[in-house]
Design a protein around this ligand. Sequence first.
Ligand code: UD1
Ligand code: CA
Length: 454
Amino acid sequence: MSPLNIVILAAGKGTRMYSDKPKVLHALAGKVLVQHVLDCAVSLQPQQVCVVYGHGGEAVPQSMQQYDAKFVIQEPQLGTGHAVQQALPHLKDDTSTLVLYGDVPLIQHSTLHQMQQAGDGLVLLTVNLDNPTGYGRIVRNADGDVQCIVEQKDANAEQLQIKEVNTGILLAPTEKLRAWLGKLGNDNAQGEYYLTDIVAMAVRQGVAVHTVQPAQHWEVEGINNKIQLATLERVWQQEVAGKLMMQGVTLADPARLDVRGELTCGRDVDIDVGCIFEGEVILGDRVRVGAYSVIRNASIAQGTQIAPYSHIDASEVGANCHIGPYARLRPGSKLHDDAHVGNFVEIKNSEIGQGSKANHLSYIGDSTVGSRVNIGAGTITCNYDGANKFRTVIEDDAFIGSDTQLVAPVKVGKGATIGAGSTITKDAPAGELTLSRSKQTTIPGWQRPVKGKK
Ligand code: UD1
Ligand code: CA
């Protein structure tokens, strides 16, 4: 099989989205629609990918620069046949051309591969629908051979009964496609250049027309409005949840899981309701994720327990840690094994050593914390002077009393103790107690003020 040309049609305005964004730049499972299609296209290792976008859709090529694809504008938009014509200068003749749609995001590699295997000639992807209204109908002769596609608006009463419809996705020999597109007319109910008219041309020339059906209907669902977008999002999330459960992951409720990227799980992973996973997330064996946690681009090693409402972003968590509830790990955080990060603790760009604990109400930023350190409630690293950021270093076995401010750059030595309520501005020596506190005094006989008479 020689490598394909792939054309992705994405010129439609998407009027029914009622949005300033081009339709294909709306997101499904955390990835914009056209990117789903581009990723699937790339998985077929094509020699050329060409995206046809519409007037006002410059954001499409701008946001897809990471792809090795050609972007061509279709202006004005005179139909699907006219759209493919715009891509012709970029297509190589010695191979086939696959036409995909930027607003049909969930088409799968396996279905397209099946189309490639269907044989020489023209290959159409079709589905049978109980309600075919709006779609082009696949017209077959008595022998069951495809004769043409007739659009809803051009169909007669008999053709309107046909339940097999055109998904729009097709595969054609490029040289022939070029010739057929050159002969398209627009003498039809919509005054458009229909891509679908090439089917009758192929039949007239004796070119074989094959049909393939997708493994799942949702692969060919298009998106025109926010209801369809939300519906397809749920379909996709259900698929993802199903795959995870088949691999042994326990989901408290598969309908309340959102994966916007790639979630990889070990054995006996347990995920409670309402969790969101974004980017690349890896959960090791026996990891439990509490309700309504949001985890993005993170790896969590085996046995770690994440209590509800925790937020982990671009961080690495070791084995058997306890996180949350209500913990926040910001980018660049690394927790070694057995660390505890409790409620209302924020950690940013910091390393927390093995067995160390920050269990209550703390901010640890730009810090290196050794092993077995205890960070008391309310401890804050003052890492920012308004212009620059500085590091705090806390060595192994240190004990930081509650409500301590560590004004960086500062270092607390091995085994040092910091008295509660201290503001530490200079390095605290190893093994010693350091504190900064005004002496406690009592004023005998002091009375609280009382309200004066009016
Ligand atoms: C098209 C098919 C129809 C099929 C249906 C499946 C034709 C003539 N008809 O119908 O047989 O059942 O899709 O949904 O092909 N587009 C452009 N430029 C244009 C026109 C369309 O890029 O000038 C793109 C749209 O952005 C969209 C796709 O092509 O992604 C389909 O266009 P749409 O207008 O929805 O086609 P239909 O008339 O519904
Ligand atoms: Ca349509």
